[in-house]
Design a protein around this ligand. Sequence first.
Ligand code: PRP
Ligand code: ZN
Length: 285
Amino acid sequence: MSELKIAIQKNGRLSDNSKRLLEECGIKFSNGSGVLKTTATNFPIDVLFLRDDDIPQYVEQQVADIGILGENMVFEKDKDVIITEKLGFAQCRLSLAIPKEESYSDLKFFMNKKVATSYPKLLSDFFKRNDIEAEIEEISGSVEIAPGIGLADAVCDIVSSGSTLLTNGLREVETVLKSQAVIIANKNLDDEKQKILDKLLFRIRAVKNGKENKYILLNAPESAIPKISKILPGMKSPTILPLMEKGWYSLHSVVREDEFWESINKLKEAGAEGILVIPIEKMIL
Ligand code: PRP
Ligand code: ZN
C-alpha cells in the first residue's frame, strides 16, 4: 500500500499547529530535529518537513500529494493545485505598512514608491486593481527592515500579532489579503491516495467541529426544563437525567461556544445551576 505524502512547514508560524492537527487526528509520527521525512506509525502517510514557500510547487509536481500551508503562499505561488479544506488556524493578513511617522490618507501614497515584499505577485495584482504604479522590490526575508536600511519606502508582508511591524517602527495601512491555513492537494491523486485523503479530511473535520463546540451540563428543577431546552438548541434535544434530589434534573447538550456565551445569562435566569462547560475532542456530524 502506498502512503499519502503530506508536506508541512519545517520551521515557522504554521509548523506547530500543523503537527498538532495531525496528532489530534490520532496520527502518530516521530519528529526529531533535523528529520525531513517521517512515516506515521498508525496511518498511511509520510510527513515531509519543507519550506512553506516550496510546498505549492511540490504538490503540483506530486513530490508531495497534499500540503498544509497559508492561503497567502498558495495564492502567491499560483500553482495548479486544489484547496480542499480551510483549517481555521494561522490567521493573518498580507498588509502594506509604512514608516510610522509618515502621514497616510489613501493608496495614492504608494504612487511611484518602492515597496519591499516576498509577495510580488499578490502585491502587483493589488496595485494593478487599484491603478497604482509602484516599484516592487522582491526580497525573500526580513522584509520589515527594508525601510530602515533605505532599501524601500514601504513593505508588504504578513502581519499576525503585529509585533514585527511595531519593533521595526512600521504602521499597517492597507490589507491586501486575509489568510488562514488550508490543505492543498495535487489534482491527479489515484484512488488509493484519494481514499487516504478522504479519511484524513474526515478526521480533520471531526477535530474542527469538536473545537467549535462545547459539551454543557447543568442542573435545573423540572419546571425550568422547557424554557432551558429552548435556550439550548443542542445537537437534537438535550439529554435529561434525574438527580437524587426529587424534582431536579441534569441536562446535557452540545452548543457552539459563541452561542453558549451569549445565552449564559438567559440560562441562569431560567433557573439553571451548576453549569459545566467541557471541551469536546472530536465531533462527528
Ligand atoms: C511573517 C512575517 C513577519 C511575521 C509577522 O513571517 O514575515 O516576520 O510573520 O508576525 P507578527 O505580526 O506576529 O509579528 P512568516 O511566518 O509568514 O514567514 P516566512 O516567510 O519565514 O515563512
Ligand atoms: Zn516561508
